[in-house]
Design a protein around this ligand. Structure first.
Ligand code: SF4
Length: 413
């Protein structure tokens, strides 16, 4: 195969992979080759946390093994009925590309997904083969994220976890009805069954490693999933509810949201416009509130408007606080950590810094400014030694006063 044809296919298959958002590598086991053995490392600066504006993770080699697919998911540019340029790599070609990018210091690892060729199990075998060759034949110690195919033989899905740092299965859409309408070849029970088996295998391997140091490692960076936002009619409240159930049932590391983007020659069942990118951002913020700020899914759902959507002009934490004004003001000198984490404008680090500082002295507004906290947003919601908001919380125009200035709408959104 000539070099130019490799480049052509790389262009097609890296571009096709940009719709997959789920490729962060935080939390994996630390490995390196500093002792002169093996190749690669999961440590170091900038691993897998940089995303290009179009959603591509720029420190992993992120590509599809092939964009041929026998399935016909309406929202996917690679679906069987789509008229796109097709390409395919062999497992060995992906290995060679990964190693050459790695040696040039372009990447920290590999994110590999695929359209489905011949059958789900055949495709899964090919994906696993890439990871096996990298690990077994090249002692590759860099990061590998394998997208796994829920319809494949469970044995194969289980093998993926033996080679990959992270495994992921796309739940695709927030509702079962949306999935059957837009991805007729897929089935919610099959997807969740495969996620359950992966979750069980990850937990078992983790427990075994506690008892036997040499027990096999299985997907040390855990499992993640991705949901497409805006392709079906699901509200943010439904999406948050679904994400929370997935976190609980499958101990996921992350739920990624991917704003649906209209594709060329789109199916008539899809919306014509993509959702605002801010919607994706608000969902990530709500995810953060549930994971790090002690918000229950119901709290986030209460922050939505009557139509179940999170406001776009203010963040979900402020939206919640404005609805539940009776929970404020919070006394920063006395309140427990959980109450302080509810204050709009106070992040986890700031709360911990205030808790540490108040052991030695009473907190005043100037202490907040010294911690680089913007006091303007906080004032209505806090009490300090020298500040108490009188009537500020009851003002009808409080939302307008705290909302960031309106921005020019995207002309072509
Ligand atoms: S199975 Fe994956 S690649 Fe194939 S059409 Fe569906 S989403 Fe696209």
């Amino acid at each position: 195969m000539s070099r130019s044809s490799i480049m052509d296919r790389l262009e097609i298959l890296a571009d096709a992979a940009k719709y997959d958002a789920s490729c962060a590598s935080s939390g994996t086991a630390k490995r390196n080759s500093r002792d002169g053995r093996g190749l690669g490392s999961t440590e170091g600066m900038g691993i897998c946390h940089a995303y290009a504006p179009d959603g591509r993770c720029i420190s992993l080699l992120k590509l599809l093994l092939t964009n041929h697919c026998i399935f016909d998911c309406h929202y996917c540019i690679n679906r069987k009925s789509s008229n796109v340029r097709r390409a395919r790599f062999t497992p060995q070609e992906v290995v060679d590309l990964t190693l050459s990018f790695y040696r040039r210091n372009y990447i920290e690892g590999l994110f590999l997904s695929s359209g489905i060729v011949k059958s789900s199990s055949h495709t899964m075998e090919q994906l696993i083969e890439v990871a096996r060759i990298l690990r077994e034949e090249h002692d590759f110690r860099g990061y590998i994220h394998l997208k796994t195919i829920p319809e494949a033989d469970p044995e194969l899905v289980a093998q993926a976890g033996l080679w990959a740092d992270r495994v992921s299965i796309n739940v695709e859409l927030p509702t079962d009805a949306g999935l059957s309408r837009l991805a007729p070849d897929k089935n919610a029970a099959t997807i969740e069954g495969a996620m359950g088996r992966l979750s069980g295998a990850i937990t078992e391997a983790h427990d075994a490693r506690k008892r036997f140091r040499k027990a096999p490692i299985f997907a040390p960076a855990g499992q993640s999933t991705q949901m497409i936002v805006g392709a079906d009619g699901a509200s943010d409240a439904q999406i948050v509810g679904k994400a929370s159930t997935l976190y609980d049932r499958f101990a996921l590391k992350r739920v990624y949201y991917s704003a649906f983007s209209p594709i060329p020659e789109a199916s008539a069942v899809l919306p014509l416009r993509r959702p605002p990118l801010m919607r994706e951002h608000r969902l990530y913020q709500s995810d953060w509130l549930m994971r790090f700020y002690g918000f229950a899914p119901q709290d986030v759902q209460q922050a939505t408007e009557d139509d179940g959507m999170l406001p776009l002009d203010i963040d979900p934490k402020l939206a919640w606080a404005l609805k539940f004004r009776d929970r404020f003001p919070v006394d920063l000198n006395r309140a427990p950590r959980e109450a302080m984490l509810r204050v709009p404008g106070l992040g986890v680090k700031a709360v911990d810094a205030i808790l540490a500082a108040r052991r030695h002295r009473s907190i005043r507004l100037e202490d907040l400014a010294r911690l680089s906290i913007s006091v303007k947003k906080l004032r209505p919601f806090i009490v300090t030694d020298d500040w108490r908001p009188t009537l500020l919380l009851d003002r009808a125009d409080l939302r307008a006063r705290l909302a960031p200035p309106a921005q020019q709408m995207e002309l072509f959104a």
